[in-house]
Design a protein around this ligand. Sequence first.
Ligand code: F3S
Length: 401
Amino acid sequence: MHLTNDEEGILKGDHGEGAQKAMELLVAIGEAFDAERMIPVTRAHAASSGQEGDLFFVEILAKGNAVCKIPTTTNPIADFEYFQKIINIAEEHEEASVAWRTKEYYRRIGAIMSQSCIPYLAENIPEYGEHVAFSESSATPYVNSVIGALTNRESIQTALAAGVIGETPEFGLHFKENRVGTVLVSVETNLKDGYSYSLLGQYIGKRVNYGIPVLVGITKRPTIDQYVNLCAMMNTSGAIPMFHIPGFTAEAKTVEEAFGGNTQHDKIVITDRELHQIEEELQTATGDIEAVILGCPHYNLDQLNQLAQLLKGKKIRDGISFWVNTSATTKLLAERTGYVQTIEESGAHLVVDTCIDMFCWNHLKGKAGMTDSPKCAYYRRFGPVKVGNMQECVASALKKK
Ligand code: F3S
C-alpha cells in the first residue's frame, strides 16, 4: 500500500500515539483488502456500543491524545439518568461503568455525541458522491443506497479511526464498479407500512446474506422510515452494505444500470408467503404481553407523530411497560410539536440516547414482550416475543374498554 510522507509520519507516531494506533488499524485493513492507497473521507459515524470492545479502542485513542479530524457521530449507548428515575439501576453496575467511561472517551476525542442510530437524518448527513466511513446497521446501506454517498461496511473501530485520520483505505464500495447489483429481488407483495419493510429486509438479509440486491416491483417511493427499516434489517439478518431500487434510490434509474450491464445474476421472488413465513419465525409469544419496545432503529419525527395519534387520550394497561426509543434531536422537535406530551400522558416512556442492546433493559428479561422490530426481537430483551406493526403493538398494550 502506498502511503504519502504525511501518512508515514502518522504511522511512525509523529502526531501522537492515538493517531498512530488509528493509522495502524486503517493500514492493516487496507492491506488485508489490497487497497493501493488511502483516500480522504469527510465524515464518519462510529456505531459506538458502550461495551468492552468499544471502550478498549476509544480509550487507547483518547489516552494517545487523538482528536477527530472530521465530523464523527456516535451511536446510542444509554441514558442512565432517565432509567435511574424510572427503574433502579445501580450506578456501580459494571456494565454502567463501562458505558460511562466509553462516552467520556468519545467526548475527549471530539466525537459529536449524537447517540443516534439514524444520524444520517439529522446530525451527520452526507451528500451524493461523498466518500465517508459509516458503521451502524441501517446507516451503511442508507447512506450508500438512498443518498448515494460511498462507504464500506465499517466497524465501530474502523469508522472511528477514519474519523481521527480523515482518511480510509480505498477498496470495495469506494469504487463505482463494486456498487453494482449481485441479485435480483422481485417483490410481489403489498408493502403497506414500515413494518412490512422490516420483514422484507429481514427476509432479504437471510436469503442473500452478503451482496447488493436490486429490488423490483416496488411501485411507490418508500418513506424514510420504510427505507430505514429495510436497511436495518437487511444489514442485521444479513450483511448487506447497499441495495438499489431502480428509479427511487440514488444511483440507478433502470435495472440494467443497477447491474452495470451484467445479465448473469441470481433471482429471488418474495410474495406474501415469504413475508408471513419470516414473521412466524420471529413469533415466540402466545397470549398477553407485559412489555412493548418501539424505536429500534430510533423512531423519527413522523413515526412519533403516528404514535402520538394512536395513543391520544388513551392509557397503557396496568402491568405493561411501554418504551419508545428516539434520538435527542428528534425528541426536542417532538417536544416542541406536542407529540411527547401526548405519548407520555398515555403512560408510555420516551427514551433518548439508548440502544436496545444495553443492560438497562435487563428488567424486561423473561417478560412476554412485543415489538415492531425484528432486530429488537433478535436481541432478546424479552422472554417470549411477538412482532407486529405499530398499531398492533399499541393495541396490545392499551386498556380494554
Ligand atoms: Fe438502534 Fe440499537 Fe436498535 S443501535 S437499531 S436501537 S439495536
